[in-house]
Ligand binder design. Structure first.
Ligand code: NAD
Ligand code: UDP
Length: 316
């Protein structure tokens, strides 16, 4: 039985990935420091006898004999990664280094979740992997953007210096079940607001764009990347190229929740990228991967999931 370590297992992508790996017959060890993870996600996974959970911070060294490592541990919402920016940077660098050392020790493959944020506020559209990006290295988003750029450099140097079996994916905005409604990112915010009948908070004029990928498609991509040949290391973009303005997204979510559309305009965060859309030519060619779920359909599933949660605590 393949033994897989998932760092960030209690989070949105991590819990969905663990669920899929368990359904494919793997033994999964999840680790998480519960900074943005959800206890309910862990409880759901613990129903499977092949899932183990350890509450730990990847910034502290540890060891485990495994065949594969997925590193998803890192707060991903601007609201959370900016709360403790030094911890975000430590997680990105020291945490990733600890997992690289663990993978090297056991000759395990290690996949790093990088991000479309490495392209910053892009001047090239859509963004292919060879685009070097336009990132403000000293702004409030830098702990995340530069943190992830640094992890990519660290992964490549670890491979060049020690022969570590690395894989890097650049994930674009992803949404779906098991994301927390308090997460602060646009899809859970809009859905929670829509369900509660409150105005949807649009930052700036709402004309900025994002391209939203449904979670099941992303998980297919992560697994295809892990299973690809050792000489294909990436980085490879994983995202859905269908691009929407944030205002369009607000209308789709409001329609999906069955409530009247009410928008509340708020200040645009500093360094908020104006446009974003992945060029997925490489993922198509190297992994035979393309996203299948359209936004309307994915939102329907996600809204159903949120409607079954108890939205007791008002999101802020
Ligand atoms: P999330 O916040 O739901 O999950 C991250 C998990 O990592 C949480 O459970 C958190 O408690 C855990 N964590 C954070 N720091 C840790 C540490 N030091 N030690 C152990 N656990 C730690 O976010 P997500 O959306 O599931 O994102 C997962 C990964 O994917 C992140 O690395 C993120 O950068 C990347 N990513 C996500 C998206 C997206 O749209 N969801 C886009 C690009 C990249
Ligand atoms: N956004 C918004 N309202 C919200 C949350 C986010 O208008 O309640 C905007 C945000 O300013 C950005 C886009 O939606 O332009 C996507 O934000 P998110 O935090 O989901 O992800 P990002 O791509 O910025 O990391």
């Amino acid at each position: 039985m393949k033994k897989v370590l998932v760092a960030g297992a209690a989070g949105f992508i991590g819990s969905n990935l663990c669920k899929r790996l368990l359904s494919e017959g793997c033994h999964v060890v999840g680790v998480d420091n519960m900074s943005t993870g959800q206890h309910a996600n862990v409880e759901m996974l613990l129903l499977n006898e092949h899932f183990e959970f350890e509450e730990r911070d990847i910034v502290q060294e540890f060891d485990l004999r495994v065949d594969e490592v997925y590193n998803l541990a890192c707060p991903a919402s601007p609201k959370y990664y900016q709360l403790e920016p030094v911890q975000t940077l430590k997680t990105n660098f020291i945490g990733a280094l600890n997992l690289l050392e663990l993978a090297k020790r056991h000759d395990a493959k290690i996949l790093q979740a990088s991000t479309s944020e490495v392209y910053g506020d892009p001047e090239m559209h859509p963004q292919p992997e060879h685009y070097a990006g336009n990132v403000n290295p000293i702004g409030p988003r830098a702990c995340y953007d530069e943190g992830k750029r640094c992890v990519e450099a660290l992964f490549f140097d670890h491979m060049r210096q020690y022969g570590t079996r690395i894989k890097i994916v650049r994930i674009f905005n992803t949404y779906g079940p098991y994301q927390s409604y308090c997460d602060g990112r646009v899809v859970p915010n809009f859905i929670a607001q829509g369900i509660l009948g409150e105005p949807l908070t649009v930052y700036g004029d709402g004309n900025q764009t994002r391209s939203f990928c449904y979670i099941s498609d992303l998980i297919d991509g992560l697994i295809a990347m892990m299973n690809s040949k050792d000489d294909f290391v990436g980085p490879v973009n994983l995202g859905n190229p269908d691009e929407y303005t944030i205002k369009e997204l607000a209308h789709l979510v409001a329609a999906g929740t069955g409530n009247e559309v009410k928008l509340k305009y708020q200040k645009l965060p500093i360094d908020d990228p104006k446009i974003r859309k992945p060029d997925i030519t490489l993922a198509k060619e190297a992994l035979n991967w393309i996203p299948k779920v359209e936004l309307r359909e994915g939102l329907e599933e996600t809204i159903k999931y949120f409607q079954n949660q108890n939205l007791f605590i008002k999101y802020d």
